[in-house]
Design a binder for this molecule. Sequence first.
Ligand code: DOR
Length: 426
Amino acid sequence: MLVLRGGRVIDPARGYDEVVDVVVEAGRVTRIGRDAGKGLGGEKVRVVEAKGHWVVPGFIDLHAHFREPGFEYKEDIASGLRAAAAGGFTGVCVMPNTKPVNDTRAITEMMMARGRAANGPRLYPFAAATVGSNGEQLTEMADLRDAGAIGVSDDGKCVMNSAVMRAALEYARTFDMLFSQHCEDHDLTAGAQMHEGTISTRLGLQGWPRAAEDVIVARDLILAELTGARYHVAHVSSLGAVRLLREAKSRGMQVSAEVTPHHLMLTHEALLGFDTACKVNPPLREPEDIAALREALRDGTIDCIATDHAPHSSLEKDCEFAAASPGMIGLEPAVPVLLDLVRDGSLSVMRLVETLSSAPAKVGRLPGGTLKEGAVADIAVIDPERRWTISAAQLSSRSSNTPFLNRDVQGKAVLTIVGGNVVYES
Ligand code: DOR
């Protein structure tokens, strides 16, 4: 038995925000209430004093890259799950752009087995939508779903051919899988290094126009409506994409979208020093995009926050800008970085927790996301005041490619619980 005593319990699934005790038994939340833990103690009971801390549903990341198989020197499933636990995440969806690409049952099964063996957060693979993520031939989605894949995506690449995309959505619908699209018209982004705008002109770098995202979102919304598939926009970065999503949702379409912490916080100006840690796909954009993304997160046009945790080693990052791989780690920096939005009044605590827990659980149809009595005990305890430095030595991830590296920050997951078991504490 585990008792979390006197924490601020925030459960967005039922709009609950109270200072109470939480009792966990046999992997489930069994009691929540002002004195639910009173008098409980003894050898078989662990009591955690949570006063001043937030007790929230464990976070669920709909978008991360663990590099196993193929690039374990950047991150493997075990190290990725350790990073997740340290960030307060109890569930992580991993993208299939491994080597080989996760486009077969054998790879999905291997990932699931490695995930289980790690005894940490739950691992949910996305399988590729097309063989080799080459955008041509559909994968065996029924097989992949039976092996454990929760959805399909060619993330890192966009399914460019509209006929293939239509068929992929039809298959995904048949097998009730979420389709997560990396919205990028690759013809419009050929050679691109960063957002197309004044900074790319000044730096002499090829630009990635917003339009490359917007045309794919527009096309996909039309195809999602035609097919009725569960369609999800990965890492929305442009104000045009927000506008299209808002219009689709206002007509009642059941589509969903995620935004990353870095697209909510950083602009293309971060690239001025040619910092490869800021090179990411889609690219960091402009203040008006950030304003639109934040507004969309508040009003529900964007459902959730996903990290797009993309570990790379110094081999891919400590090099000239054009040769650097895009991506940044996100699982461990997420809490302190996002808390800045709460501290500056841009987002309520309730909505922040919702976009990291109950909302992604709903979009992915995944367990967890609530702390009501009887729920699976996937829990994060957050100390919003804890000061720490995002340093390579502090990070559990095998990589440290983040623009927030060596920054002194405030806010940290201090206890992460999966199925009633403590998988991280600090
Ligand atoms: O920046 C990115 N990195 N964007 C992607 O879509 C892929 C990811 C990666 O795998 O490194």
